[in-house]
Design a protein around this ligand. Structure first.
Ligand code: ZN
Length: 252
């Protein structure tokens, strides 16, 4: 009798240990980050640093962070293993990849896009994406510069740890027309402060209401205009947003 009890206790212990090991190995969610290396070198620099930043974070927070420079991975078969897709410095150019991404988002997938990944103009010809992002590229400053940010919304999970305003590190900033704020589905979270204008030297953004971070409330998505050069991860304040963004997108 005693022996049976001992056996039962040991089996239970083994089961519990297996469970703990299993839990430790199962990632909370899976992220697939796509990037390109044949683009502007400042955009490659950002992608490399972003992969280091999120790679470290994934190990700490217990999610999976996979990266690829092969955009053909935007297909149903590959995407079914992931909850979050990140575009670090590029966007899909062909209809097969675009269609797979549209389906992924329609089925409840999450997206984080940085900087040039949100670029679209009359030549990109992807109407779905224009509606999804709620904006079309209009102008930019040059050279890249730090800029003061106004945080519009501190209630969103991605911006809850940001102060009301802060100075973002050196970046190339984009203006948009139409303005995403005019789209009823878009919620703007961070905006360029008017104090920055005129912003630039060679290319000047003279004025304007220019959103920098926003979400389309019809989807689980975030766009952030940061992503040019190797200084974007030098602000502890801003890094909190990069961190909270992915945790929100990967959360249930
Ligand atoms: Zn750029």
């Amino acid at each position: 009798m005693k022996r049976n009890l001992l056996k039962a206790a040991i089996s239970l212990l083994v089961l519990l240990m297996l469970n703990v090991i299993c839990l430790a190995q199962t990632p909370k969610f899976r992220v697939l980050a796509l990037y390109s290396t044949n683009v502007e070198s400042d955009h490659v620099d950002f992608a490399m640093q972003a992969m280091q930043f999120y790679g470290r974070m994934a190990a700490e927070k217990g999610f999976a962070f996979d990266t690829t420079s092969n955009w053909e991975n935007l297909n149903d078969e590959k995407l079914k293993d992931y909850q979050v897709v990140v575009w670090l410095n590029e966007f899909p150019h062909n209809n097969t990849e675009r269609a797979a991404f549209e389906k992924f988002m329609a089925n409840g997938g999450a997206w984080l896009g940085f900087h040039v990944s949100g670029y679209n103009d009359k030549y990109t010809k992807w109407t779905w994406f224009v509606n999804f992002l709620g904006a079309t590229f209009y102008n930019n400053n040059w050279p890249p510069l730090p800029a003061k940010m106004i945080v519009d919304d501190n209630t969103h999970p991605a911006t809850k740890r940001l102060p009301k305003s802060y100075t973002a590190p050196i970046n190339e900033w984009y203006g948009w027309k139409p303005n995403p704020r005019d789209n009823k589905d878009i919620k703007v979270l961070v905006t360029l402060s008017p104090e920055n204008y005129p912003l630039g030297k060679k290319n000047i953004i003279p004025e304007g209401d220019i959103p920098v971070v926003w979400t389309n409330t019809k989807y689980k998505m975030l766009y952030m205009n940061m992503g040019h050069g190797d200084k974007n991860f030098t602000s502890d304040i801003q890094n909190q947003m990069f961190e909270d963004a992915i945790m929100w997108l990967g959360g249930k």
